[in-house]
Design a binder for this molecule. Sequence first.
Ligand SMILES: [Zn+2]
Length: 289
Amino acid sequence: MPNSQTAPGSECLLCGNLAGNQILFELTRPIIRCAACGLVYASPIVGEGGDHDYTESYYRQGVYADYLSDREAIRRNAGRALKDLERLAPGGRTLLDVGCATGFFLEAARDKGWKVRGLEISEYASEYAREELRLDVESASITTLTRDYPKFDVITLWDTIEHLDRPDVALANARLMMRDKGVLVLSTGDYGSLLRRVSGKRWRLFADPTHNFFFDERTIKRLLSQMGYEIIRLMRRGKWVSLSMILHQSGLPPAVRDRGLLIARRWNPSLYVNLRDVMTVFARPVRTS
Ligand SMILES: [Zn+2]
């Protein structure tokens, strides 16, 4: 239950409201709910390049059990997303993945004939994408673009927007980098989901201390609309998840979990999981003329 403590000096990114915003609970930072629009966010917002530099340990022993072993699961999810994108952006061939991590989605898209580029602020992950996968990935953030880019047919942000300090700026920049008939797709956790409501502050999206924003259907739609997009589809679909990731997030006692992880190191199958707590949103830029 929300307590009665009022959040000091944390203005809502979505509606600018300052008055009456409540602290829902404390994690590594207080989690705030905007009294006016309902946006949920951590306060203070952590900027990119701050405490969280997404080093190798983030991907291998931190939030992820071992991100590199999730490659097969990510490629399976990519196959389905790329089919949707081929239908929604017919003739589209150029794709930018924002927050592309080690580039596994980009690798799958390239295999399907897309001309791909990526942005990733993690030096560790972007170097992996460049060196191991020979992908065109820049160590940069979409919120602080310093040069001109070509326009893309498709821009993707997979589980990225919740990490950003300025998701509004990111979406504005993405719009500038898109063709008029381009498609933007993003995925992010759903704060309004049943799973979040029953798991409270133990919800898995809260386990990543780099998450700044916890959108629900209403707030993500509002953000996209304010930044000049119209929603094509919003879905809560499942995805293939590696056994090691499932164990890592399971909340099992450490001894049990670690035994499972040892097995998963040799044999790490993907399982299809739909907890219905992630939204996938397809959107288009609203025409200005
Ligand atoms: Zn608000």
